[in-house]
Design a protein around this ligand. Structure first.
Ligand SMILES: NC(=O)c1ccc[n+]([C@@H]2O[C@H](COP(=O)([O-])OP(=O)(O)OC[C@H]3O[C@@H](n4cnc5c(N)ncnc54)[C@H](O)[C@@H]3O)[C@@H](O)[C@H]2O)c1
Length: 259
């Protein structure tokens, strides 16, 4: 994919850290201008510095994706600064899935996760449309989760939001056909993001043998595992793929468990 994305602009929400930063690095290395939209200004500015130090094209716009007026301004700024948008990657999310028991969970917690992890992607898609419709092969990629399909206890808001994001993916794909905007999802499993946090939060991965061996591929995932698939799904090579979701979890979710 070297230079494949030259001349294309890719907006990645939550692009300042974690999987989003891994996506930004991969798309920028493939020639794209990457726009990081994130609510963490310190992380966003640090991420842009890191990318620019490698002579990659990157910019940061501060935005809370759950806030309609901020999302509207985000895409106005993208239009003013870049005049172009080829792909929107809805990656920003409250990534910690576990909450209190159903009896004890505050509904404000449920509402907040839904607002960021589901309403956010809808708002971004809505306000990105005008720019995306001008692009040659536009697409939207939603970063969902295997938790859309399976659960640990007490993960109600996160699982419900990611399940909604999966449904939103096929619903948008069927709605955005003229002109065509392809819409797909990636559902990651366990992806280690410790080394991809801002300096003050960076952490070295520490995985036990069990952490690794419970994955059929023998290891925990990395942001680059998601980025490789994203580079393909956003390219013309995936021109016949829309409304789909790709699980990337080292095989964890297809492992049958007998006790
Ligand atoms: N890491 C995993 O194991 C994993 C697994 C499955 C799915 N995911 C999904 O991948 C995406 C990225 O997760 P991650 O692990 O890299 O998380 P992360 O916490 O490392 O990074 C998330 C980024 O999103 C930003 N963000 C959070 N709320 C925001 C908001 N309201 N507006 C704008 N930016 C906001 C944060 O500032 C941060 O920079 C999330 O949607 C998450 O649900 C992660």
């Amino acid at each position: 994919m070297e230079e494949y994305y030259k001349g294309r602009s890719i907006l990645i929400t939550g692009g300042a850290q974690g999987i989003g930063l891994g996506l930004a690095l991969a798309f920028a290395k493939a020639g794209a201008k990457v726009i990081l939209a994130d609510q963490d200004k310190e992380a966003g500015e640090e991420a842009v510095r890191m990318l620019q130090e490698q002579n990659l094209e990157a910019s940061f716009i501060a935005c809370n994706v759950a806030d309609e007026s901020q999302v509207k301004i985000l895409f106005q700024q993208v239009e003013e600064q870049h005049q172009q948008l080829d792909a929107l990657i809805n990656n920003a999310g409250i990534a910690n899935p576990t909450v209190a028991s159903l009896e004890e969970m505050e509904m404000s917690v449920f509402d907040q996760v839904l607002a960021v992890n589901l309403r956010g992607p809808v708002l971004c898609a809505k306000f990105a449309l005008t720019l995306l419709r001008k692009a040659a092969n536009p697409c939207i990629l939603n970063i969902s989760s295997t938790r859309a399909f399976m659960s640990e206890p007490n993960t109600f808001p996160y699982s419900a939001a990611k399940g909604g994001l999966e449904a939103l993916t096929h619903s948008l794909a069927i709605s955005l056909t003229a002109p065509l905007i392809r819409v797909n999802a990636i559902a990651p499993g366990w992806i280690e993001t410790g080394p991809w946090q801002k300096k003050s939060k960076k952490a070295e991965p520490q995985h036990s043998q069990l952490d690794k061996s419970q994955h059929p591929v023998g290891r925990v995932g990395e942001p680059s595992d998601i980025a490789e698939a994203a580079l393909f799904l956003c390219s013309d090579k995936a021109g016949f793929i829309t409304g789909q979701s790709l699980i990337i979890d080292g095989g964890m979710s297809v492992k049958m468990i007998y006790t």
